[in-house]
Design a protein around this ligand. Structure first.
Ligand code: URA
Length: 232
């Protein structure tokens, strides 16, 4: 398999062990929503984990404890081999374990996100784990941070094909860039979509773009139909 975009999570949970694939439970559903908002499908990305197998410990009641440093180190050669085959142009580490395992750092996600790192010479961005978003009662602030992290990835690598630009993504596409035609048709589609659900960051960018040609044309209509909030 080859993919431009690789996501690395923590380790397989109960459902992943049953179905023998990464992110097939609730966290996987959340991840699918994030990818959809980016205009990507699971088929276009490669999803893996920093830890491949996590033995049950004594008195362990759930299967979902964090992997230890040793467990992650044991799996690292397998992950490196996967990366050699997949040859991604960008990697996103989902959550603290993935980030710490890949970067050999002790810092929390809050400190590691927001800048570019490297793993085996490949640019790497850190963001929150989808399970963390699921645990937030009002997770809009955290969702917004994940979305902002993904926007950096998308902007730098143009991972979405023009035809599949989501309306949200279109808002972030610089007017006049080579994607601007897709941007315009995507915004037009958004304007027609009465059920469009969007998020605060989209609203903020709409405000920024309101004086541009596309912004002027569609912003008012989109603002009217935006139900705010929750893009994913
Ligand atoms: N969480 C992960 O980090 N990885 C999975 O594969 C599933 C849930």
């Amino acid at each position: 398999p080859q993919a431009d975009f690789m996501l690395v999570g923590e380790d397989p949970g109960f459902q992943e062990e049953q179905k023998r694939g990464p992110f097939v439970g609730p966290a996987g559903e959340k991840l699918n929503q994030i990818l959809k908002a980016m205009g990507l499908s699971r088929e276009r990305v490669y999803i893996s984990n920093v830890c491949k197998f996590r033995p049950a410990t004594r008195n362990q009641t759930t299967n979902n404890r964090k992997p230890s440093r040793e467990e992650m180190a044991t799996s690292l050669p397998f992950l490196k081999a996967e990366i050699d085959v997949v040859k991604p142009r960008v990697i996103v580490a989902l959550g603290g374990s993935a980030a710490q395992g890949l970067l050999g750092s002790d810092k929390p996600v809050g400190q590691l996100r927001g800048s570019w790192h490297q793993f085996q010479g490949i640019p790497l961005r850190v963001t929150y784990h989808p399970s963390y978003l699921l645990r937030q009662e009002d997770g809009l602030g955290e969702k917004r941070k994940v979305w902002e992290d993904m926007i950096f990835v998308m902007e730098r690598y143009h991972l979405a094909s023009c035809s599949s630009l989501s309306p949200e993504m279109a808002m972030f596409t610089p007017i006049g860039s080579k994607d601007s035609r897709a941007c315009s048709s995507s915004l037009a589609a958004a304007a027609k979509n009465e059920a469009l659900i969007t998020c605060r960051s989209t609203m903020a960018v709409l405000q920024d773009k309101k004086n541009s040609y596309h912004g002027k044309k569609y912003t008012k209509h989109i603002l009217n139909i935006c139900k705010i909030l929750c893009m994913y």
